[in-house]
Ligand binder design. Structure first.
Ligand code: ADP
Ligand code: GLC
Length: 481
């Protein structure tokens, strides 16, 4: 039987993206089609989203919705069936989805994302004739109130799934917002939306959704501990078997070295030598001077504490002393941006840096670097190591969250068994990272072993096929109500 799902997210690739959430929200619905799930995706009408929407038509009017007139548009883009909440008073703004040009969060973010969740709930309850989802799937805190609105609607409702992509962002606001957000007085409870004295959008979803998922089994275990739970571990333990981890995949059509329009010369596992063209293009693009005796280490990342980027700076002398080159694409914390800019200026030819967001360069780094470094302190899933596996760049990752679940450490036993796909190291510390760089250097000298690891990586299934099957099974569980 075909089920209908409404997926709710604040970012959806290729319309709007600041991180992996967008990749997942854009790729999972497409992959679910093969599992008999017809998905629609609801997202805010940011300017870039409205500009990209094809065949837009107004299907519902809301007057007012949190202080202004709003319309629900239906349309398509990137192969997705979309509902876009066109609410200019909430979303017609410059900057990224969450903050203005000065970098500060918009003060009305609670309303902006409660509006999204409220419209999701109305759709879930059948507000649009002819559209009745069996499941409402909320992604991250921005959609966290959707399961809450549905819970408090007190009528027959669809099943709900809350997926945590990053527990660090919880969407917290003052208790005084309760009524403005249209939540009933009884929602103010530890069993409801209350979280540490305020209203927690993510907490509400974790508490009230039928099922909670996160994006890897190891992260699902980590967030149930005080060390990884960011204050919500008690609740996650309490939810018991309602919480599970389902690994992300990547869109293997977007990330396909055999047909990637961003690469000078496409390649497959059988034509790995063609990576040399990408290696040369990457060197030219970032001004790196080649040293065949040492590998080029790539980084494609938000520059943030989560990603362990400060430890990369600490380990730079060790990296350069081994003759390695570093190719960095990233944007984020101003302090880290400045520090990387300084390092690149001090070591021309050895450190190549592009600060900012650049889709094409992200692909070129995956194809042109020898090893991709992901030294995260915590990582719910991580997508760049999956891209690296597919592109024959050896992932070198901290053993946390989804990084632990997706890369098989090429230790001696793994190599003997023929299964290693990369290098894992204990934690995002300078010492552990330097030890990992030593392993990279040793492996680089054994080119046969290196090539085997590349082939193993490229043979890994990083597609959405398996994950989509798991989500579909979960949807079927919660839709039987
Ligand atoms: P997170 O969502 O925590 O930032 P993920 O690894 O899940 O981390 O996803 C990051 C996504 O964003 C990947 O698709 C990666 O290629 C992309 N990305 C990160 N930084 C940049 C950048 N500066 N330019 C282009 N793409 C980037
Ligand atoms: C978050 C996490 C990242 C994950 C992504 C998509 O941004 O930080 O680990 O891959 O969401 O689920």
């Amino acid at each position: 039987m075909t089920l209908t799902a409404l997926s709710v997210a604040s970012e959806v690739f290729p319309l709007i993206k600041t991180g992996g959430l967008a990749d997942v929200a854009g790729a999972l619905p497409l992959a679910l089609t093969a599992e008999g799930i017809a998905s629609h995706v609801l997202l805010p009408g940011y300017p870039s989203v409205l500009a990209a929407l094809e065949g837009a038509r107004t299907v519902l009017d809301f007057n007012p919705l949190f202080g202004g007139t709003a319309h629900l548009l239906a349309g398509r883009a990137g192969g997705l069936e979309l509902f876009v909440l066109d609410a200019p008073h909430l979303y017609a703004r410059p900057g990224n989805p969450y903050s203005g040009p000065d970098g500060a969060d918009w003060p009305d973010n609670p309303q902006r994302f409660a509006a999204l969740a409220q419209v999701a709930a109305r759709l879930g309850l059948g507000a649009l004739p002819g559209f009745q989802p069996d499941v409402v799937h909320a992604h991250d805190w921005q959609a966290g109130l959707a399961p809450a609105y549905l819970h408090y609607a007190g009528t027959r409702r669809p099943g709900t799934v809350m997926t945590v992509h990053n527990l660090a962002f919880q969407g917290q606001c003052d208790r005084a917002w309760l009524e403005t957000l249209g939540l009933p007085p009884e929602a103010w409870s530890i069993d409801g939306v209350e979280s540490y004295g305020g209203i927690g959008f993510l907490k509400a979803g974790l508490q009230l959704a039928d099922r909670v998922t996160t994006v890897s089994p190891t992260y699902a275990a980590e967030i149930r501990t005080p060390a990884g739970g960011m204050g919500l571990d008690g609740l996650l333990r309490y939810r018991g078997s309602a919480v599970s981890g389902i690994l992300n995949g990547i869109d293997t059509a977007v990330w396909d070295p055999a047909g990637d329009p961003f690469l000078p010369s496409p390649y497959t596992a059988a034509t790995l030598q063609a990576r040399e063209a990408s290696r040369a293009a990457l060197r030219a693009r970032l001004g790196l001077v080649d040293d065949p005796a040492a590998p080029v280490i790539g980084i494609v990342s938000r520059l943030s504490w989560q990603k362990g980027m400060d430890t990369v700076l600490e380990a730079l002398p060790a990296l350069l002393a081994r003759g390695m080159r570093l190719a960095v694409l990233g944007a984020g914390d101003q302090g880290l941006q400045n520090a990387f800019a300084h390092a690149a200026a001090t070591h021309p030819g050895q450190i190549g840096l592009h600060l900012g967001y650049d889709e094409g360069l992200a692909h070129l780094i995956q194809a042109g670097c020898d090893a991709l470094l992901v030294p995260s302190r915590f990582e719910p899933c991580g997508l760049t190591q999956l891209c690296a596996l597919r592109y024959g760049a050896m992932p070198v990752v901290a053993r946390v969250g989804g990084l632990a679940d997706t890369v098989i450490d090429a230790n001696e036993m793994a190599l003997a068994a023929g299964v290693g796909t990369g290098i894992q190291f204990a934690s995002a510390t300078r010492d552990a990272l330097e030890a990992a760089l030593d392993r990279v250097a040793t492996l680089w000298r054994d080119r046969e072993a290196w090539a085997r690891i590349q082939h193993n990586g490229m043979a890994s299934d990083v597609s959405w096929a398996g994950p989509a099957r798991r989500y579909a099974a979960l949807y079927r569980e919660v839709s039987v109500r």
